[in-house]
Ligand binder design. Structure first.
Ligand code: NAD
Length: 353
């Protein structure tokens, strides 16, 4: 994957101009290179254009040396496996048992195949990429000395701690957790090499999102942070480095808005679609907090809010409506219904909750 920044003047065919510029500056043929315009200050002024094209170059042998294990093959584990595999790493997914891990691998292969069909992955690389994603029955089956093990199981402190201890016994260069809210220092309790442990908080869907929120624990070493920074670059992503505190930056702010939006629905202040439209159009959010909650998973939201309430108190207390919806199996997109009806594959407003 090649990424970078170019500054161009607006013309009638901006995309073509950027393709030409990329071909000139990288020596690559512009075919398959889709510039993404992130910020247009003024049509009369120079604009910043970000180019991102995983399809431009074949995956090198050097990239195939990266060996990664992902523990937990759910929404996030599949996304993390996809992103590493698409960039040339070999990936092993572990879940509660081999059959569940194999299902996660099958779903990862599906998302990679879709990416190739959409030109996000070089179709010539697809077979090699897919053959590099495997399932394992348990953490004990992982090779010693992998470059990275990322834990992405459900948001539960004790479960994560015991899984991290088992992972540490496989002596990875870096051990990371994808927790959304739990303190990295709390998770590091019981690790014998906490200097090699940090948070790597990915966002859903991982193949489309470009941020890794990197959490520096009290014991995390600079060498570990440097290695993580190079891995983030390997993935064609960018990092925000945050000192450890429950919820970090993104969940602490995002969940606060999310639970308040649910309280507003509960109180009859407005319908979900109006709250979401208000924040999207009024505040420039890419999507409203209720639709985002449906995408994240309301069960995941509830666990994060509960954990943050246990640390920060009342302001994160999960609303009764959230608890009721989760108890009724209304988990958002993954269950087909949440604040929206997702059975058609996209969000359709519900008449009643
Ligand atoms: P999920 O429920 O979709 O997946 C969790 C996976 O963990 C499941 O496949 C489950 O079988 C597996 N698992 C449970 N116990 C296990 C064990 N003992 N050993 C191995 N695997 C086990 O959850 P998710 O949405 O993928 O979230 C995973 C983590 O990522 C959580 O910490 C969550 O807070 C965080 N996170 C979630 C999102 C999101 O948008 N969903 C975003 C960022 C971070």
């Amino acid at each position: 994957m090649q990424r970078g920044w170019v500054v161009v003047r607006v013309t009638q065919d901006l995309r073509q101009l950027v393709r030409t510029e990329l071909a000139r500056s990288t020596g690559a043929v512009g075919e398959g290179c889709e510039p993404h315009v992130f910020h247009v200050q003024n049509v009369a002024l120079p604009v910043m254009v970000r180019y991102w094209s995983p399809a431009m170059f074949p995956i090198s042998e050097q990239r195939r040396c990266m060996r990664v294990a992902v523990i937990g093959g759910g929404t996030m584990g599949i996304g993390i496996a996809h992103r590493f595999a698409a960039n040339g790493a070999s990936v092993i997914v572990v879940d509660v048992d081999l059959a569940t891990a194999q299902t996660a691998v099958s779903r990862t292969v599906e998302t990679l195949t879709t990416a190739a069909a959409r030109g996000k992955l070089n179709p010539d690389d697809l077979d090699g990429v897919v053959s590099n994603v495997h399932a394992a029955a348990s953490i004990e089956d992982l090779d010693i000395g992998l470059e990275l093990i990322v834990e992405a199981v459900i948001e539960d402190v004790q479960l994560k701690q015991s899984i991290l201890a088992a992972c540490e016994a496989r002596d990875p260069v870096v051990l990371a957790s994808n927790t959304s809210s739990i303190s990295i220092d709390e998770l590091a309790t019981g690790l014998s090499s906490p200097e090699r442990f940090a948070g790597m908080h990915f966002f859903n869907p991982v193949w489309a999102m470009h941020l890794v929120e990197v959490i520096r624990g009290a014991a995390t070493s600079d060498a570990t942070l440097d290695t993580i920074a190079s891995m983030v670059e390997f993935l064609g992503m960018e990092q925000a480095l945050i000192n450890d505190a429950p919820g970090f930056a993104t969940s602490r702010l995002g969940v606060l808005v999310g639970v308040e939006a649910i309280r507003m629905v509960e109180e009859g202040v407005a319908a979900p679609t109006d709250i979401d439209r208000a924040m999207a159009l009024g505040y420039g959010y890419p999507m409203g907090p209720l639709m985002l909650g449906d995408l994240v998973g309301l069960d995941v939201r509830l666990k994060i809010a509960s954990h943050l309430a246990s640390v920060y108190g009342e302001r994160f207390r999960p609303p009764e409506l959230l608890k009721t919806m989760v108890a009724e199996g209304k988990l958002g997109k993954k269950s087909g219904v949440g604040f929206y009806d997702w059975t058609s594959g996209s969000a359709v407003p519900l008449q009643e909750l």
